[in-house]
Design a protein. Structure first.
Length: 342
């Protein structure tokens, strides 16, 4: 179904949900699907950049697999007034992102937010036995950052201006695209060898220390063969994310194609595999092309990953709100690296 048709369907299904009702927090059931899509519609006004959340049939299908686990906030009548999800999108299927946390404005009390966060960051991961949980918390406010920090997550990266500002127009997000603070909770680590770019060796070692991760530092090597990668594109947001399993001799061609796909006003993120001996060489190429440090991705590939990012214009640093000192220190490093590359 086309996006416009999905929006028409949701608009026709809208009803007023009375504020102040008793609520319960529980696992998604198929009958909740329309309410989940309507919740997205109410919060984002149809501007959320991923189509499948607006399709109740797709919401049901995804929650019938291990790729998505949704927690909902219900009224006694069964209306959905909030939700949060655990979902996969890393190459390593053991990693789940805790996100999609939203509440209708009339239900945004601290008690409900805290209870929803407790279920998605503690109760459900523990019951599912998940080894790694990450969050990507918006930086136009600090509420979701505070919730993840309170549940033991450590900041590992800052993805600058990667979410369309139009998706947050109802939240008064500012004029620029919204940045995301990346945080991780590694509950079951697997030690392995990593090949670190020299320029970022100290900050990566510091992040390993804060996360309590043990790694063996290996010696990098020149690339061989073709690049093994996949691309995720959001044309409506001028955004390209390239996930590189191994960097090959054609790596520069991959970078140039990604930038072309993102467009002249586009943002490109490169997710690099620190378990690949050619990654230090590839990082040097990226820096020559204007890419700067974005963050650490523990166990992203089974081995760790590293984000490099390139923006079409200088970031609006003043619009990035951060909750805790460790996140602010990491952002300061990223800003310094941006200025070095520029």
């Amino acid at each position: 179904m086309e996006r416009s048709q999905l929006m028409e369907r949701l608009e026709a299904a809208r009803t007023r949900i009375a504020p102040g009702q008793e609520i319960e927090v529980g696992l998604f059931e198929p009958g909740d699907a329309l309410g989940v899509s309507l919740c997205y519609y109410e919060v984002y006004g149809g501007e959320f950049p991923i189509d499948h959340v607006h399709d109740p049939d797709e919401v049901v299908r995804r929650n019938a697999t291990d790729d998505q686990h949704t927690i909902v906030v219900r009224t006694p009548k069964g209306d959905i007034v909030g939700l949060a999800g655990l979902f996969r999108h890393a190459p390593n299927p053991d990693i789940y992102e805790a996100g999609q946390l939203m509440l209708l404005k009339s239900y945004r009390s601290g008690r409900i937010s805290s209870e929803l966060a407790r279920h998605i960051l503690e109760v459900l991961p523990q019951s599912l036995g998940l080894p790694v949980i990450l969050t990507e918390a918006v930086c136009n406010h600090t509420v979701s950052q505070r919730l993840s920090h309170d549940h033991g997550h450590q900041a590992t990266g800052l993805e600058l201006e990667c979410m369309p500002a139009t998706a947050y127009s109802r939240e008064r997000a500012g004029s620029r695209n919204v940045s995301l603070l990346l945080t991780f909770d590694v509950r079951n680590d697997r030690s392995h060898a990593v090949y670190l770019p020299e320029v970022h060796g100290d900050i990566i070692s510091d992040l390993y220390g804060s996360l309590g991760l043990d790694r063996r530092i290996g010696q990098g090597a020149d690339p061989v063969g073709p690049t093994d990668f996949n691309a995720f594109l959001l044309p409506q947001a001028n955004f390209a994310r390239i996930t590189v399993q191994t960097a090959g001799m054609d790596f520069q061609d991959v970078v140039e194609k990604a930038e072309s796909n993102a467009g002249p006003g586009g943002l490109v993120q490169m997710y690099m595999n620190l378990g690949d001996r050619a990654t230090p060489s590839a990082i040097r190429q990226l820096r020559e092309n204007g890419y700067f440090f974005g963050g650490l991705l523990p166990l992203w590939f089974g081995t760790d990953g590293l984000i490099m990012q390139k923006l079409p214009k200088p970031p609006a640093w003043e619009e990035v709100s951060l909750h805790d000192p460790a996140a602010r220190a990491l952002a300061a490093y990223i800003r310094q690296d941006y200025e070095r590359v520029e």
